[in-house]
Design a protein around this ligand. Structure first.
Ligand SMILES: NC(=O)C1=CN([C@@H]2O[C@H](COP(=O)(O)OP(=O)(O)OC[C@H]3O[C@@H](n4cnc5c(N)ncnc54)[C@H](OP(=O)(O)O)[C@@H]3O)[C@@H](O)[C@H]2O)C=CC1
Ligand SMILES: N[C@@H](CC=O)C(=O)O
Length: 351
């Protein structure tokens, strides 16, 4: 049966998923038996539309592109406009909420309340918003379990690259004792462009924003807060070890100048914003900080918005995964794989 989707937020990532569903509709139906009907979109400034029978994706994207407001969608019998996020979550006929609003680095709100409202109304949530997972993982997963619904958040770490699903599914049985990686696409893009293209920090940041990599407030990227959320998610979900945001020391890349980059280059080194977590007994020690890594270090060659992560496993040794860390289609894909997972789990239940 087709998923009925309601989008909360319709910026870069939301539109990325909508385009994938539109463009790969036939292939997804044939190859995966996957079908999705977008019934609602609720966005803070771009407006809100709901039709219980479904919206035409192409029309919604075109109307938004041409007029700036979803509410200029052609009026049809049954079309509702103006519902806010909570009303959309509670009162539409959607079975799954796509939560792609801003990540709030202090409170995680209103996305935490969006998740609660969805779960309490028997709806699945798939999201790329990191706040709820970093700040309320235990509480929200308990509520989701209690209501028998699915909570997917693959895209919260390394966009569509399976940084969460891969270790949980295929490294199961290992104790992951250490994680080291580049977990923010914007800062890696900035550092790469400063070195390779010789452009300034400000120019590189502007490019990262134009390419859809940066957070709505890029302070989160450049001060390391985004990577801090991601290492907290990895610790709680992948290492199964409690870690809070306050316990992670955090330094960003704002102090790094073109001159620092040139000096590192002359020394055979390269600046990278590294995220690290290491188990020590029952505790995890974690940090976010820029480091000059040797050019021979496997992370030195990770460039642009690409990210990489090494999991140190007790049975398998070090396993490294690299791939997209940000981007419209890449992160849209992370939502798609969570939706496909819902279908696969339903199939398993049937068997
Ligand atoms: N871009 C990327 O590569 C990645 C992003 N993410 C995460 O995915 C999420 C979405 O990112 P992205 O699409 O790039 O961000 P954008 O800023 O492009 O889009 C976010 C959208 O959410 C809307 N919004 C904010 N608050 C609310 C609310 N309360 N109710 C309804 N809509 C709301 C905004 O509305 P408006 O602008 O109209 O005010 C905006 O359209 C973020 O949490 C981000 O951290 C995760 C991985 C990668
Ligand atoms: N702003 C983030 C987006 C993905 O999480 C980044 O640049 O990595």
């Amino acid at each position: 049966m087709a998923h009925k989707l309601a989008f909360i937020g319709f910026g870069v990532v939301g539109q990325g998923l909508a385009e994938i569903i539109r463009d790969k509709k036939e292939a997804l139906r044939q190859d995966e038996g996957f079908e999705a009907n977008i019934v609602a979109i609720s966005d803070l400034l771009k407006g809100s539309i709901y039709h219980p029978n479904g919206l035409d994706i192409d029309t919604a994207l075109r109307v938004l592109r041409e007029t700036g407001s979803l509410e200029n969608y052609p009026p049809t019998q049954g079309l509702v406009t103006g519902w806010d996020s909570l009303k959309t979550i509670r009162e539409t006929n959607a079975d799954t909420i796509i939560e792609v609003s801003y990540t709030d680095v202090k409170t995680g709100q209103p996305a935490i309340n969006h998740c609660k409202a969805a779960f309490e109304n028997g709806k699945n949530v798939v999201m790329t918003n990191k706040g709820p997972v970093a700040l309320a993982y235990k509480e929200l997963s308990e509520i989701a379990n209690k209501h028998g619904v699915y909570w997917g958040f693959e895209g919260t770490v390394m966009s569509g690259t399976p940084a969460l699903r891969m270790p949980i599914a295929t490294l199961a049985g290992n104790d992951i004792t250490e994680i080291r990686g580049i977990l923010n696409g914007t800062t890696n893009y900035i550092l790469t462009q400063m070195e390779i293209a010789g452009i300034t920090y400000e120019e590189a940041l502007k490019e990262a924003q134009e390419l859809g990599y940066a957070e709505a407030d890029p302070t989160s990227d450049v001060e390391g807060y985004d990577a801090r959320y991601k290492i907290v998610i990895l610790s709680n979900y992948v290492m199964r070890a409690p870690l809070t945001v306050e316990e992670v020391s955090c330094k960003g890349i704002t102090g790094i100048t073109l001159r620092d980059i040139e000096t590192a280059k002359a020394e055979g080194k390269r600046w990278k914003l590294l995220a690290k977590a290491r188990k020590e007994g029952n505790k995890v020690i974690a940090s976010i900080a820029p480091e000059k890594v040797d050019i021979t270090d496997s992370l030195a060659s990770i460039s642009g918005a690409t990210n990489a992560i090494t999991y140190k496993c007790d049975l398998l040794g070090a396993v490294t995964l690299s791939g997209a860390g940000a981007g419209k289609v890449e992160t849209g894909f992370s939502l798609l794989i969570d939706l496909i997972t819902i279908d696969r789990q339903k199939q398993l239940v049937k068997i």
